[in-house]
Design a protein around this ligand. Structure first.
Ligand SMILES: *Cc1c(COP(=O)(O)O)cnc(C)c1O
Length: 425
């Protein structure tokens, strides 16, 4: 059995059938924005390994951070012990995030950080004697991860709630924000959320949303005014605001955090994905002093969560190095340049009969097709044109590493145009 046959026979891949899997390509090495595939194809990575590898692959500074830490120690338990990689990371993180966030909970993945955020919100109200405030509101088309609590606030259709009707907690859903980024905000857009709060505030613990860009639930880019109003509604109706910036955090939308588009701060913030520059899994849930005090002053007085690998020093060291790179500030002009180029090249796709819509913000380019994309065919075409792009549903999208050069980005946008125009007939 060769590698690919063994993989196909025995290994699960994300969102893929075990019995009839999509083709899988073996990566031999990666550096800069390029993945070297077995068999000789070199492809420009349009996905940044699911929004993570913002500085590109095989980055000297991140490699050095990992190597230096591995020679000190790779891991120690975080219960009763602490270490410099975690302390330095949390210091830097607190300086970067929106104002008012004071406490950091280090989690092992984005989904876990969402679980932690939801648990914080529920425990916060329980400790004020408000056990009636136990439900979480989220806009439709949201995506917050694959674990059970996270799933309960994902879009009920995309998240396939019908499969798990009897196990998923029944949360409250508002319609997805409708006003697009850059359009004139329509008051009608916020009314359904306002009505939901008016009727249900006595049982609402928190609102969770992805600020400005809804990612895996539809790649929708909406008006920051919606976010501003959502903050006001949370204040008015005594609910916590949880912002899930796992996809949008660290510059992707053109702001360091997407919250900045609306000039708001959440009570609880989730970050992940690009936190380690795509090197290893690490996420964090940050909260305000008020939330931390509210949780810990009541009974039982502690926050009952503690993953085995909490605060993993290797991950913290690499994340610290990644944040240091961001703080050098080049991301801003890099993301701006990507946005400019996407705005010149991608709209041509909108003229094609197979294309429904084109959307762009920061280093995110989305081409929504009229029909569901045949992933195997599309991927074959992309690879033949030197691009690594993984579509889902009707969406072909790219969010490349920030270090991508204009000619490399053009390989990606040309590959999309070529594929979309091949569907014309
Ligand atoms: C990816 C993602 C998650 C889940 O993160 P994992 O690390 O995959 O568990 C949660 N929320 C958003 C917005 C995401 O994009």
């Amino acid at each position: 059995m060769n590698n690919i046959e063994f993989d196909k026979r025995h290994i699960w891949h994300p969102y893929t059938s075990a019995t009839n899997p999509l083709p899988c390509y073996e990566v031999k090495s990666a550096s800069g924005v390029t993945l070297q595939l077995d068999g000789g194809h070199a492809v420009v990575d349009g996905m940044a390994s699911w929004w993570s590898a913002i500085h590109g692959y095989n980055h000297a500074a991140l490699n050095d951070a990992a190597k230096a830490q591995i020679d000190q120690f790779s891991h120690v338990m975080f219960g009763g012990l602490t270490h410099e990689p975690a302390i330095n990371l949390c210091k830097t993180l607190l300086e970067m995030v929106p104002a008012g966030l004071e406490r950091v909970f280090l989690a092992d993945s984005g989904s876990v950080s969402v679980e932690v955020a939801m648990k914080m919100a529920l425990q916060y109200w329980a400790c004020q004697g408000r056990t009636d405030k136990h439900r979480i509101v989220s806009p439709r088309n949201g995506y917050h991860g694959d674990t059970f609590a996270a799933m309960s606030v994902c879009d009920p259709v995309n998240g396939m709630h019908s499969l798990f009707t009897n196990v998923l907690t029944k949360q409250l859903f508002a319609p997805a924000p409708q006003t697009r980024f850059g359009q004139t905000f329509s008051e009608d857009d916020i009314l359904p959320l306002e009505e939901l709060f008016a009727h249900h505030h006595h049982e609402i613990a928190a609102l969770i949303l992805e600020p400005v860009v809804q990612g895996a639930g539809g790649m929708r880019i909406y008006h920051p005014e919606y976010l501003k109003r959502a903050r006001q509604l949370c204040d008015k109706y005594d609910a916590l605001l949880i912002c899930d910036e796992i996809a949008t955090g660290f510059g992707r939308t053109g702001k360091l955090f997407a919250c900045e588009w609306a000039d708001i701060s959440p009570d609880i913030l989730c970050v992940g994905k690009a936190l380690t520059g795509g090197y290893m899994t690490l996420a964090a849930t940050l909260c305000s002093e008020d939330v931390a005090q509210g949780i810990c002053q009541g009974q039982p007085g502690v926050f009952m969560h503690g993953p085995t690998y909490m605060g993993n020093p290797l991950a913290c060291a690499v994340a610290g190095a990644s944040l240091a790179l961001i703080n050098e500030g080049h991301w801003q002009s890099q993301v701006q340049q990507i946005e400019q180029q996407l705005k010149t090249s991608l709209p041509a796709c909108a003229q094609l009969a197979s294309v429904e819509d084109v959307r762009i913000l920061g280093a995110i380019g989305v081409v929504e097709m009229k029909q569901t994309v045949n992933v195997a065919n599309a991927q074959k075409s992309f690879i033949n044109n030197g691009a690594w792009i993984r579509p889902f549903g009707k969406l072909i999208y790219i969010m490349p590493p920030y270090i991508i050069k204009p000619e490399e980005l053009q390989i990606l946008t040309d590959a999309i145009y070529t594929y979309a125009s091949s569907l014309e007939v």
